[in-house]
Ligand binder design. Structure first.
Ligand code: OAD
Length: 227
């Protein structure tokens, strides 16, 4: 499971980073259905700008190493599921295939009328807000405060957690539920728990191995040591 810390070294500020993207707006407002309903132009423009900034960033060594783990495990007949809270799609761009996006994606826009999703709209969008053909607006395809996580993503997550031998939490503050509980769900049934984070989190004392450090350094090192 990955969080914003994995993309930090690609130049994408983490959610709780004081100088980050979120410091300039009130996240409870911009990342909420109410904020979009009241200020659709501003919210659309802000997310469109975040999308452009993500496209300007490249996957880092942590993203590449996670894609490498997936490839190597596949060669051995194993499986690897990447549960991510990140909305930047850098894991996909690094070559990861089995990715579960728990919080949606900045690259997806969803029609407020029909629920139709598009991930091929131009960047930047021609209009803010962006009308949909059905007469609605395209809203960002991310999970906002007060919204449910996508059902299929949750199902895929719990399936992986129910069968995995190893569960890793990488670059996430482990405070946002349900992702915060994922490591313990797998550990309770015997999976080995590993955390990689620059700082201590609520799960640091509970995992089997807490490895302090930057994801882009530690994850490639793990691959090197494991193979
Ligand atoms: P946070 O910003 O809460 O936490 C980032 C974590 O990454 C922290 O624990 C940092 O210590 C760690 N970190 C920072 N740089 C790192 C690095 N180079 N290497 C390793 N670790 C590093 O981000 P998330 O935990 O991903 O949800 O936040 C989860 C969700 O909180 C976000 O997706 C957002 C928010 O609610 C929504 O927008 C729905």
């Amino acid at each position: 499971m990955t969080g914003a810390g994995v993309s930090a070294e690609s130049g994408i500020p983490t959610f709780r980073d004081k100088d980050g993207t979120w410091s300039k707006v009130d996240p409870m407002w911009f990342a909420s259905p109410e904020g979009f309903a009241a200020q659709p132009a501003d919210v659309t423009a802000w997310y469109d700008d975040r999308r452009r900034k993500c496209l300007d960033c490249a996957p880092n060594a942590a993203h590449h190493a996670l894609a490498e783990i997936e490839r190597r495990l596949a060669d051995l007949g194993g499986t690897f599921t990447l549960l991510t809270q990140n909305v930047d799609r850098l894991h996909h761009r690094a070559g990861s295939r089995n990715v579960v996006e728990l919080h949606g994606s900045l690259h997806v826009w969803r029609c407020t009328k029909t629920g139709e999703e598009r991930d091929d709209l131009p960047c930047p969008l021609p209009e803010h807000p962006m009308p949909s053909p059905a007469g609605g607006l395209y809203r960002p395809g991310v999970v906002w405060f007060g919204e449910m996580l996508p059902e299929d993503a949750l199902r895929a997550s719990y399936e992986a957690l129910a069968t995995c031998d190893i569960v890793m939490s990488i670059g996430t503050s482990a405070v946002v539920y349900p992702a915060a509980s994922f490591v313990e769900v797998a550990m309770e049934r015997g999976a080995v728990g590993i955390e990689i984070n620059k700082d201590a989190t609520p799960i640091t004392d509970r995992v089997d191995h807490a490895i302090p450090g930057a994801a882009a350094t530690i994850v490639p090192e793990l691959v090197r040591l494991a193979w």
